[in-house]
Ligand binder design. Sequence first.
Ligand code: BGC
Length: 377
Amino acid sequence: MNTKKFAALAAGVALALGLAACSGSGAGSASTASSSKAAGGLIGVSMPTQTSSRWIADGKAVEAGLKAAGYQVSLQYANDDIPTQSQQVDQMITQGAKLLIIAAIDGTALSSQLQAAADKGIKVIAYDRLIRDSKNVDFYVTFDNYKVGVQQATSLLVGLGLLTADGSKGAATGPFNVELFAGSLDDNNAAFFWKGAIDTLQPYLDAKTLVVKSGQIKIEQAAILRWDQETAQKRMENLLTSAYSDGSKVNGVLSPYDGISRGIITALTNAGYSGATFPIVTGQDSEIDSVKLIADGVQFSSIFKDTRKLAAQAIVVAQAFLKGSTPEANDTKSYDNGVKIVPSFLLQSDIVYKDNIQKLLIDSGYWTAAQVASGQA
Ligand code: BGC
C-alpha cells in the first residue's frame, strides 16, 4: 500500500462523509457536532494485522476520515497477536479515548478491556468482525457476511460452468472435484462465510455434481488459523497428496480470502496444474496481488468489500454516539454475540471476475489500471 493509495482512500472517506452529511437528516448539525467534539476528542482504532492489504486500507481510511472530521486518532495494529491487541486497547483507554473502533483478532478475547471501557462510558464499535461474549459492544459495522459466503460459492459454480454469471443454469453437468477452505475459527465471520457458501453448494453436493474427494466437509477440517497463507498452502499440498495421488484432478477450490487463495494457488502450481485446466479458485477482499492473478486468468474470482464505505460507515456511527444519539442500524437480528444481539449496519459486496475488474475496481478508483497491471499497490 503506497501513499498514493492512502490518499485516495482518505479522499474517498472524506467524500463519503461529505455525502453522508449532505444527504443525512442534518448536514449542518453533523459537521457542528464533529467540530465541537474535536478538541481533545481521541478515538482508538484497533486493527488486527498489517500482513493483509485490506486491513491497512481499513486503518488508513478510518484514520483519515476521523481526522477529516476533526478527531484525534490512535491507530494500532496488533500483528495478529491477541495479547498485543488487548494491551493496545488497554492503552487507548488509559490515554483517554472517547470511543473505540475495533476489528478483533479473536472475537472472544477482549472482554476485560471492554468492561473497562464501559466503566468509563466509552462506546465500542465492532469493525468488520463481531466481538463476542461481551455486553459491552455497542454497534457492529460490517458487510453482509452470510451473503459474502453465498457469493463465494456462486462464483465457484460460475467458474465450473454450473451457473452463469447472471445466476441461470450453466451448460456444464459435472461431476467436479472440489475442496473447501474456511477462515479462522476465532473470527465470527468465518462461520458466516462458510454457512453462506455451504447452503449454496449443498444441493450440488447432495446431487454429487460436486464431490469433495478428501471427505473434509466440516468447517473444523477446512479452517485456516489466522487466515494464514502458508497454512493454507500446506493444507492444499496435503489434500493433493492424500486425495489426488490416484491421478484424479481437483477442479475447484472454495477459498474465503485472497491470502488463502494465494497459498492454494502456489500449492496447485507446484503440483503441476496450469493453463486451461487450472482449478477454479475463489477469494475475498480484492487484494491487489490477487486482482492481478484474476486479470491474468489464474485466480477466478474475489469478493470486493469496499473498505472506503465500511470506514465511512464506522465514522457515521462514531459521530452519532459522540453526539449522544442512537446510530442507525439496518440489521437488528443477525448478529448475536453470545450475550446480546448487537445492532448492526451491513454493507453489500460484489463478486469480482476478470471481466468486471475495470468497472468494479478501476472505475470506482479502488485500484488504478497500473496497480492491477503490476499487482502492486
Ligand atoms: C474479513 C475478511 C478477511 C478476513 C481475513 C475477515 O474477518 O471479513 O474480509 O478476508 O478477515 O483478514
